[in-house]
Design a binder for this molecule. Sequence first.
Ligand SMILES: [Zn+2]
Length: 63
Amino acid sequence: MAELDVYPPDERECTRCGRRDVRDGETGHWRIVTEDGEKLAGDPFCVHEWDVTGNYNPFDPGD
Ligand SMILES: [Zn+2]
């Protein structure tokens, strides 16, 4: 846990179709979120527009 300054987001959501991915900590690849046994894969023809959620904030004003 030495790299605390900048780290990539570990969750993202498409603002168009609602698809949700989480980053696999071991492979670093995006993985589709599964909720209640259903993959939140969204629209396969969507040009995904990712809205990164979670704590990632590279522009923290820091007061
Ligand atoms: Zn989408």
